[in-house]
Write a protein that binds this ligand. Structure first.
Ligand SMILES: O=C(CO)COP(=O)(O)O
Length: 142
């Protein structure tokens, strides 16, 4: 699975805790991240991560581009709900693309843990079926 990891500044410590606790699962997958988040996770866990630009410098859009190519299977985006971001439009665009392409998205530690545990149990394998369904043209018959 291809997994994108993103955390706003006040959520980076939470992301480090999450990825440290679940390194044993995440190491089996291909990881992508925005610049600062990815660098910090790599330093803390030793996980191999493909890092894009920092979020405010276009990193969210780079991950969004991968989503639009159906190349991302899961997004963990620990957002800071209490501060506004200078690149809020990019953040919203990324979240919107997850909905457009039916990509499982966790925006807080609670849902992130459920999804990561689901990964280890093969529960996200249904993505294959989902992708096929999404690719089917809409029917106007009914
Ligand atoms: O701002 C971000 C996501 O919107 C995260 O970017 P960094 O990982 O570069 O801090």
């Amino acid at each position: 699975m291809n997994i994108a990891l993103i955390a706003h500044d006040r959520k980076k410590e939470t992301m480090i805790k999450l990825t440290t606790a679940y390194t044993f699962i995440l190491k089996e997958h291909t990881l992508y991240a925005t610049g600062t988040t990815g660098t910090k996770i790599m330093e803390a866990t030793g996980l191999e991560i493909h890092c894009f630009n920092s979020g405010p410098l276009g990193g969210d859009q780079q991950i969004g581009a991968l989503i639009s190519e159906n190349k991302i299977d899961l997004v963990i985006f620990l957002r800071d709900p209490l501060s506004s971001q200078p690149h809020e439009p990019d953040v919203n665009a990324l979240i919107r693309l997850c909905d457009v392409y039916e990509v499982p998205l966790a925006t807080n530690i609670g849902s992130a843990e459920v999804l990561i545990r689901g990964l280890s149990k093969g529960l996200l394998d249904f993505r294959t079926i989902q992708k096929e369904a999404t690719l089917k043209p809409l029917s106007f018959d009914n």
